[in-house]
Design a protein around this ligand. Structure first.
Ligand SMILES: [Zn+2]
Length: 186
């Protein structure tokens, strides 16, 4: 049975093929969540990641971290942004991850064909011209993905806020093969 409420359709038994023509992508996600929750059982975990690892990765839609790394619910922290760049905010999350939630290992994952390879810091200048305000953040564009992973590893290793810097490894994920390639930090 499908009940139409305003412009949004809801269903007692939502399925992928019961999507109203006027539903938005978010409506679709909410429907999928109803199905997810229907089959969900409380795993009874606390917030500390089972494997004690934090993964910092690009937000790229082709990178399914849990599938690519064999991770299960509750195993790890995932911290994602454009490029998988170790920004101050990523350091903030890693600091909380290590000091409040017990993680000890850091895995950094960048990937082939990243959108940041086609940008430059000129992006900020163009933004400023358009909106009249210069963003406080760097674009963190790069040309050499291996070097970018090395820089990210270095930022983690030199952060004064982190407790555990002995197990920090960096990789490039190939979006065409699904394989990780480890980057030598030196
Ligand atoms: Zn990317």
């Amino acid at each position: 049975m499908t009940i139409t409420v305003g412009t949004m359709s809801t269903s007692a038994h939502p399925s992928a093929d019961v999507i109203a023509a006027d539903s938005t992508v978010t409506d679709r996600l909410v429907q999928a969540n109803e199905q997810y929750a229907a089959a969900f059982t409380d795993p009874g975990m606390d917030a500390r990641p089972v494997l004690g690892v934090a993964v910092v990765a690009c937000m790229d839609a082709r990178l399914d971290l849990h599938a690519a790394l064999g991770l299960e619910l509750g195993d790890c922290h995932t911290i994602r942004n454009a490029g998988g760049v170790v920004t101050d905010d990523v350091i903030r999350s890693l600091t909380i991850s290590q000091r409040a939630l017990g993680t000890r290992s850091v895995v950094l994952i960048h990937h082939t064909g990243c959108g940041l390879e086609s940008l430059t810091e000129e992006f900020r200048h163009e933004l400023e011209m358009e909106v009249g305000q210069r963003p406080a953040w760097a674009v963190e564009a790069f040309r050499d993905v291996d070097q970018d992973v090395r820089q990210s590893m270095q930022r983690v290793r030199t952060s004064p806020f982190l407790l555990h810097k002995g197990d920090v490894r960096g990789f490039v994920f190939d979006v065409t093969t699904g394989l990780l390639r480890e980057i030598d930090p030196t």
